[in-house]
Design a protein around this ligand. Structure first.
Ligand code: AVI
Length: 330
């Protein structure tokens, strides 16, 4: 089974256009209509996500940045092998612009670690940009980008001798449904050995109002990010969504620890998909579910890790206990 699960994938692990057509038809034919968040990340969606990460309400990115800054020494110690002369690979799944990772990379270089940074992404363009910025900012860093799906990249790297320290930062793990999340972690752990390490980012449960605000910002950037999905369907599948009759709606369920985002049809309407020779009806106030963003507790993380066959070695958090980077051992 691939690590890029078809239901709840992660940014930068995009499927092909034929998958889009199939997925949209299937998701919009369900009694409770859905569209997967994996389709958020076209060029415009990726640009909007960059903007989201800088919003005052969207705390996860800057919190994890502060956390990594605060714990860089301990995290560096935990990721590198005991013997300093032993070379290792620092793999990063879905590296993005690498802004957070550069904290660790800089620290490891400054303390004489011998390692190769292996950013993994399905998009060659994303990796080219990252490699170029690393070349100027950290010219001494050895970089071996891998354009592949996470599972393929891990299998490929597992065959090479030396420790693998695998980073899965952000709160990307939160975009999986619980079953898919467990399967994802199991697949991640499968090719690794007890000498390897995993560092996974989890957004923690906190004041529910603060969580909800992070997904419904006052400038409407998150709404635009959600609407971009409809623009994309108009463009790529010849659909005729009229954005004047759709709203962004988001809610946080503290019992499930889940933010759920929706696109809401504000009136009864029919949308045609020219490329699919197909049409779909929406009732007034019908909701299309587009994204889950789960928030975690320590017991929840411990249970997940244990079920996936991983040992929690350390939980690194920020001063406010908003976010956790969890060190796991296979
Ligand atoms: C990519 N992922 C971790 C983001 C999140 O927080 O779930 C995506 C996002 N959706 C709306 N805002 C941010």
């Amino acid at each position: 089974k691939s690590l890029t699960n078809s239901q709840q994938p992660t940014p930068h692990n995009e499927p092909t256009p034929t998958d889009l057509a199939h997925h949209v038809r299937e998701g919009l034919s369900r009694p409770f209509k859905t569209l997967s968040s994996m389709y958020f990340y076209d060029d415009e969606g990726s640009r909007l996500f960059q903007q989201i990460m800088a919003l005052p309400e969207y705390y996860p990115t800057r919190t994890e940045f502060a956390l990594l800054t605060r714990h860089q020494v301990a995290i560096g110690e935990a990721l590198r092998p005991q013997r300093p002369e032993e070379p290792f690979f620092l793999l990063e799944l879905g590296a993005g612009d690498g802004l957070k990772t550069k904290i660790l990379l800089r620290h490891l270089l400054q303390t004489g670690a011998r390692f190769t940074y292996v950013p993994v992404d399905i998009s060659a363009a994303a990796l080219d940009g990252l490699a170029a910025s690393l070349q100027t900012e950290l010219p001494d860093l050895r970089v071996e980008p891998v354009v592949a799906d996470y599972a393929d990249a891990l299998r490929l790297m597992a065959a090479r001798p030396g420790r693998k320290a695998v980073l899965f930062l952000g709160s990307n793990i939160g975009n999986f449904l619980p079953d898919d999340r467990l399967q994802f972690l199991r697949n991640l752990a499968q090719p690794l050995t007890p000498d390897d390490r995993l560092l996974v980012g989890f957004d923690l449960q906190k004041d529910p109002r603060q969580i909800r605000a992070a997904y419904d910002d006052s400038q409407g950037v998150t709404a635009a990010f959600n609407f971009n999905l409809l623009h994309r369907l108009n463009r790529e599948l010849g659909a005729d969504f009229d954005l004047a009759h759709w709203q962004h709606y988001t809610d946080y369920d503290p019992l499930a620890g889940a933010v759920r985002s929706f696109l809401v049809s504000t009136r009864a309407q029919t949308v045609r998909f020219a490329a699919l020779d197909w049409a779909v009806d929406f009732a007034a106030w019908e909701m299309v579910h587009t994204e889950n963003s789960y928030k975690f507790t320590r017991p929840g993380i411990a249970e997940l890790a244990q079920t996936a066959g991983l040992a929690v070695q350390h939980i690194f958090t920020d001063e406010q206990d908003f976010f956790a980077d969890v060190l796991l051992q296979p």
